[in-house]
Design a protein around this ligand. Structure first.
Ligand SMILES: C[S@@+](CC[C@H](N)C(=O)[O-])C[C@H]1O[C@@H](n2cnc3c(N)ncnc32)[C@H](O)[C@@H]1O
Length: 304
């Protein structure tokens, strides 16, 4: 069942991807409820991740059978598949190499290049569900000062640079991800003082920034974060009002903020959008390869 489904989706998406110039996409997303996996295609490599399941983790034998089925159905050699399991790797099979090997390579998207790592972290470095949002940012970036909050590996900053942004500023708490962002920017020919990388807690950093400084902002916070480098925990439901107020303060009048969250139960408080017009645009930002149309929610704010 799994192999047949993968073959069918692969046939469909190969055409779709070619038309859209897309080479990394979600092939399977828990389509069969009894097979709770996500399968992502990264230019001939496969990245599988296990969904949490009520009855506990899947057995090693089941995982190996699914990996075999995926490799065979999609004609991918076994050493080009990585699986992210919910529980610790136990090194029992040929697939369980996660963390042991740095499977880093570059992929293209929208004519740009990005470094991905399929083996060492839960996420790969490129969130495929924001492909369309990135394209929107590129369209709007010309001569803008662009701010990328919770910027991760800087993919939005690369797109803003490609769209002709006057400057990009990428803010993240993690040194590792900022170093990765710097590599992504450099891969696409962006470096120097007009592409700033800032290691900071976004909320605290915003408080020290001048008013009305940026024209285009992406704010894509985690649902929850309690890093050692922060004094307090961040909880998107509790903290989004204060966060967006601070973001709008540093945004120039007429400027645009893309606010996104993966927390599907987020109930935005209208107070968060005070001083801006806000429109939910998730139906335009969630791409066609995501069966789960609630993978993220995204709003476009225009500061009045
Ligand atoms: C959901 S990811 C953002 C994805 C990114 N916008 C993209 O599409 O590539 C969340 C990021 O927020 C960072 N982070 C978490 N808490 C933070 C905080 N308080 N201040 C700054 N960055 C934070 C994490 O290190 C991580 O890189």
């Amino acid at each position: 069942m799994f192999a047949n489904r993968l073959k069918k989706r692969a046939r469909h998406f190969a055409r779709w991807a070619k038309r859209g110039g897309v080479s990394c996409y979600r092939l399977y997303d828990k389509d069969i409820p009894e097979i709770p996996l996500a399968v992502d295609w990264y230019e001939g490599r496969l990245h599988l991740s296990e969904y949490a399941r009520g009855e506990g983790p899947a057995s090693d034998a089941w995982i190996v059978a699914m990996c075999d089925a995926a490799c065979e159905a999609l004609e991918v050699p076994q050493d080009r598949l990585w699986i992210k399991r919910r529980e610790r790797q136990r090194g029992l099979s040929q697939y369980e190499k996660v963390g042991a090997e740095r499977a880093r390579f570059t992929v293209s998207e929208g004519g740009l290049r990005f470094l991905v790592n399929l083996s060492d972290y839960l996420d790969t470095g490129l969130f495929l569900d924001h492909r369309a949002t990135r394209a929107m940012v590129r369209e709007e970036a010309r001569d803008r000062d662009f701010l990328n909050l919770f910027g991760y590996t800087g993919a939005f900053s690369v797109y803003a640079g490609a769209g002709g942004a006057r400057s990009t500023t990428t803010v993240d708490l993690s040194h590792t991800y900022l170093a990765w962002a710097e590599e992504n920017l450099a891969l696409n020919g962006f470096s120097g003082p007009s592409h700033a990388l800032v290691q900071a807690d976004v909320s605290r950093w915003l408080d020290d920034m001048p008013e009305a400084h940026w024209d285009l902002v992406v704010c894509d916070p985690p649902t929850f974060s309690n890093s050692k480098r922060m004094d307090d925990v961040f909880d998107v439901q509790r903290d989004h009002v204060g966060l967006l107020r601070a973001v709008l303060r540093v945004t120039r009048p007429g400027g645009v903020v893309y606010f996104s969250s993966n927390f599907r139960r987020l109930k935005p408080d209208p107070a968060a959008f005070a001083g801006a017009t806000a429109l939910e645009i998730s139906d335009q930002t969630v791409p066609d390869d995501f069966r789960n149309t609630r993978i993220h929610r995204c709003w476009r704010l225009e500061k009045t």
